[in-house]
Design a binder for this molecule. Sequence first.
Ligand code: NAP
Length: 414
Amino acid sequence: MTSTAITNLSLCFSRPSVQSDTHDKAVIASSSIPAHLPPNHILIQVDRFGFSANNITYQALGEQPHFRYYDFHAAPETDTVSSKTHGLIPVWGFGSIIASSVSKIIPGERIYGYLAPTRYLLVPVSPSDVNKHAFYVPRLHLPADRRPYNQIIRCAGDPEYTPSALGEDLTMLYRPLFWTAYWFEDWIFSVGYRGATAFLVSSASAKTAFCAAYLIGKRRAGGEANSNVKIIGLTSKKNMAFTKGLSLYDEVVEYGSFTSALGREKWVYIDVAGSDDLNKRVFAHFQTLASGELITSVALGMTTLAPASEKATSLDWNTNTFEASSEIPQLEQFFMVEWLNVRKHQLSLKEIFDRQHRAWADLMVDCVLWVRLERVSGADSVKRAYEKIASTGFSPDVGFIWSMWDDETAAAKL
Ligand SMILES: NC(=O)c1ccc[n+]([C@@H]2O[C@H](COP(=O)([O-])OP(=O)(O)OC[C@H]3O[C@@H](n4cnc5c(N)ncnc54)[C@H](OP(=O)(O)O)[C@@H]3O)[C@@H](O)[C@H]2O)c1
C-alpha cells in the first residue's frame, strides 16, 4: 500500500427517503481513504463480488426499518454523495487485506464476506472477536442477530474455500443463497416434510429456488424422503426454457397457466417470488382443489422487489413499508439463524460442519453448468450493468461477477 491517501470508487444509490423519485439512481462516487488507518481497522481491496436478485432485495429493503441493509456500510462523503443521501448495496465478495491496524490480522490475507460495491473498504474489527476462521465488524447500531453479516471469513481457515477463480466465482454466487436453501430443506425435512407429497416453488428460475429444488431432489434420490415427492417449479414465460433445462424440477409451469398442473397432492408452497398478485391466485387455486391440501406456505424470497416491478413501485418510499394484503393468508417465515440455533442443540458442531462440508463439495461439482458466469469489470461498466438489470431484470442463466476494477489482476499488484 502507498503512503499517500488512496482514491476509492463506490457504486452508490440515492436513498428513497431523500429522493423518492430517483430512489434507485446509481452514481459512482470518488472519495479518499487516509493512508494511516485508525486503530483496530482493516483496509480491504474488494476484488470482485456476485450480483443477483438477492442484492436487489437488499437494495429495496435498504431503509426498511426491520432490515436496514443500507446501514451495514456507510456511503462515502463527497460533494454530492453522503450517507444521509445515499446507500451502498451489500454484496458478497472476495478481497484481500492490504492494510491493518489490528494486531492479529496481517496484510495479504484473502477474505470473503459481506462487502460493498467499492474498490476499497475500510472497516473496524473487534480485536477480541478474531479467530483463525473469521473476524467480525462491530455494528452496535444494528440488532445483535445480524452477526452472521458482520463475519469476515479468513479463506486460509475456511474448509469451504476453493482457491481458484472458478471456485471463488461460484462461492460468491451460491454461498449466500445455498445455505438458506440448505437449512430450509433441513428444517422442513426434520418434520417429515409435514407429510407433503409435492412442493411448489415460485420464482423457480432464481438460484435460491432451484437450490431448494436440488436439495429436495437429492434427499429423494438418496432414499431419505418419500420417492414420490414431486417438485414443481413456477416461473415466468421467458424463463421457462432455462428452468426446465436445469432438470431440477419434475415439472415447470408458467405463472399464467399453472392451475391445471396443481392436482390432488399435499402441497408445500415455497414462495421465492413474494408477489401478492401471484400468491392471491395460488391460494385461490388451492382453495378450489377438491381433496388437495395446502399444508403450509413458506416465504423464502422476494424477487418481485426488483426495480420496476409491481411490488417495488408499491413500496411506500417515505416510510419504507409495504402492507401485506389482507386477502393473502399469512406465509410462514423461515429464519435460518433461528433454525441453526435449534440445530446446534440437536447436533454437535462437528456434525453440522461435516454436513455442510459434504453438501458444499457436492454443490461445487453439481452447479458448474447451471448458469453461465459473466464478468463485468470497471466502475462505469458495473453501473451500466446495474442500470440494464434495473430496466430489464435478470436473465437467470447468467451469474454476474462484478468488479469495480478495470483490471482486477493489475489491482492485486498495487
Ligand atoms: N430468506 C433468506 O435468508 C434469503 C437468502 C437468500 C436469498 N433470498 C431471496 O431469494 C430471492 C432470490 O434471490 P436469487 O439471488 O436467488 O435470485 P436470482 O437467481 O437472481 O433470480 C432472478 C429471478 O428473479 C425473478 N424476478 C422476478 N421479477 C424480477 C425482476 N423485475 N427483475 C429480475 N428478476 C425478477 C425471475 O424469476 P422468475 O421468472 O422465475 O420469477 C428471475 O429469474 C431474493 O428475493 C433473495 O433476497 C432470501
